[in-house]
Design a protein around this ligand. Structure first.
Ligand SMILES: Cc1cc2nc3c(=O)[nH]c(=O)nc-3n(C[C@H](O)[C@H](O)[C@H](O)COP(=O)(O)OP(=O)(O)OC[C@H]3O[C@@H](n4cnc5c(N)ncnc54)[C@H](O)[C@@H]3O)c2cc1C
Length: 411
């Protein structure tokens, strides 16, 4: 059996290892276009704050790991998929035939419509190469502008602040981390950052970046331009699926997969950031976090070797540590028609909790300033535990969630 995996990130690597475990004889080819050893983007912040060297980002510490497992790692970019011939073609022209194909190409940093993104000193923070470029300029006291305060933006914010730079964050939305916080929680994170010396401008758009002898200037839709030695752009990502143009593989925001991680084409699977698959809270969505990539990779591989393994759907859960203030969003924390909400805010202590119920079942939660409840919230959501009389108690006082968990998990 010829297995070809396109993309050598966490989803691709776990898939290759799982294939080998269950098919000792198959040919496994793992194609990556970044050169070097497969690594984890999640480790970039640790590299930036000097906790680990570049090699500490490698997904497997032993560089001989893939050879020992009989996994052929190919460096190159897949340019096209020929479904008739069941093969992929690399940019250099080499063809690689497959019986089973996994698309695990992840996503790439999106470019917002801002002039000047190609200037020296303007970087994304998505690849190991980007991290190197940032590390070269983000020295203590350097003037750094970070565009975008989403999940990835805030992770980078922390790394930049810990490097001692003079940091300004610009966010177009009305709050920080708009996709995982309410206005209240986003406001608390902003105040928290400002008290730690980070300037945060929300509801602010960057129009253009220019460069002169004094360095970079970031021009805004209001107020004076900001001078900078480094501009970091973190304004979202796009799925890497251009090479599927003209193929019959169905795509939307990502590559659409079913509950076996198979695309609409038999024998072709997708996993990780590029896959739009079942969501625990219903429907399907791209869920670009590493635990989902790893689980996708594992389950796709099991199905590729012929097992019948169903994916339960990924639970939307993001844990973010912004300069020591931890926010956790799980499931449908936003709420919606027919759902009930309990909320409690303690601004002095930077604590906030929001619970969302469908009937008497917890379907989503957002918590700020506490980490000890992560397991409880996740457990209640995933097990769909009926909370009975505890629902009304929790709406009155959501901080009693631990007591509710203990009481209802023994029912
Ligand atoms: C700074 C940073 C911090 C993060 N922190 C967290 C965190 O704390 N928690 C968390 O859960 N997630 C975090 N993430 C997100 C996490 O890294 C991703 O969800 C994860 O990398 C997805 O894995 P993947 O294998 O699907 O894709 P990727 O890791 O993107 O790997 C895909 C690989 O495929 C390659 N590729 C693309 N197209 C082709 C092609 N045509 N041919 C060959 N190869 C191709 C890509 O270049 C890439 O090497 C972070 C990301 C960044 C950038």
């Amino acid at each position: 059996m010829n297995y070809v995996i396109v993309g050598a990130g966490p989803a691709g690597v776990i898939a290759a290892e799982t294939l080998r475990k269950h098919d000792p004889e198959g040919n496994i080819v793992l194609i990556g276009d970044e050169g070097g050893v497969p690594y984890s983007r999640m480790a970039i912040p640790y590299f930036l704050i000097g906790k680990i060297p570049q090699s500490g980002m490698h997904l497997r510490p032993d560089d001989d790991h893939y050879r020992r497992l009989g996994i052929r790692v190919v460096s190159g970019r897949v340019a096209a998929l020929d479904m008739e011939a069941s093969r992929v073609t690399l940019e250099g022209g080499e063809n690689l035939p497959f019986d089973r194909l996994l698309l695990a190409t992840g996503s790439r940093a999106a470019n917002p419509p801002i002039a000047g993104l190609d200037l020296p000193g303007v970087e994304h923070c998505w690849t190991a190469g980007d991290a190197d470029a940032i590390a070269r300029r983000a020295h203590k006291g350097a003037r750094v502008v970070l565009i975008g305060a989403g999940f990835i933006g805030c992770i980078i914010l922390e790394a930049l602040a810990l490097r001692g730079v003079d940091l300004t964050v610009i966010e177009a939305a009305d709050r920080m981390v708009p996709l995982m916080t309410t206005e209240t929680a986003g406001g608390l994170i902003k105040t928290w950052c400002e008290r730690r010396g980070v300037a945060v401008l929300t509801r602010t758009q960057v129009g253009e970046i220019t460069r002169d002898g004094a360095g970079l200037s970031v021009h805004l839709d209001k107020g004076a331009p900001i001078s900078a030695d480094l501009v970091v752009v973190a304004t979202g990502v796009r799925a890497n699926m251009d090479f599927l143009a003209g193929s019959a593989v169905a795509t939307d925001v990502g590559i659409i997969v079913n509950d076996h991680l198979q695309t609409n084409i038999s024998g072709i699977y997708a996993a990780g950031d590029v896959a739009q698959g079942p969501d625990f809270s219903g429907g399907d969505r791209v869920h670009p976090i590493q635990p989902t990539a790893v689980e996708h990779g594992r389950i796709a591989a099991l199905n590729m070797v012929g097992k019948d393994v169903r994916y339960q759907g990924s639970l939307m859960m993001n844990v973010l540590d912004t300069l020591g203030l931890v926010s956790v969003s799980s499931g449908n924390w936003k709420g919606g028609p027919g759902l009930d909400v309990g909320e409690r805010i303690d601004e002095e202590d930077f604590r906030y909790i929001r619970l969302v119920f469908d009937d008497d079942v917890l379907v989503g939660a957002l918590s700020l300033g506490r980490t000890d409840r992560v397991g409880v919230l996740r457990g209640l959501i995933q097990t769909k535990t009926p909370l009975g009389p505890w629902k009304e108690r929790l709406i009155a006082d959501p901080t009693r969630i631990d007591a509710a968990y203990v009481a209802r998990s023994h029912v």
